[in-house]
Design a protein around this ligand. Structure first.
Ligand SMILES: [Zn+2]
Length: 85
């Protein structure tokens, strides 16, 4: 990673979207994570989106553990999506 001048960079919504998956998987470096959190603090749509992604990840995880709960999981995902709009 070559970031020669990282004095005061700010993340915009596109940056957040790009790094969302890595944020959720906890793969960002310290500075990226800080900038990410900073953006979420003042950008409600991104904050909601990330919270949704976290919940989705939990659902996917629990779904992998319980293969019989397919219907239940997709219903949950649908209700999360509805809550976002
Ligand atoms: Zn945003």
């Amino acid at each position: 990673m070559s970031r020669s001048h990282a004095s005061h960079k700010k993340f915009n919504c596109a940056d957040v979207e790009k790094l969302a998956q890595r944020y959720i998987d906890n793969q960002l470096d310290e500075e990226e994570k800080r900038l990410f959190d900073e953006h979420l603090e003042y950008c409600l749509p991104c904050d909601k989106k990330i919270q949704f992604e976290f919940k989705l990840k939990e659902i996917v995880k629990s779904k992998a553990r319980e293969p019989l709960s397919n219907n239940y999981s997709s219903e949950k995902i649908k209700s999360f999506l509805e809550n976002l709009h």
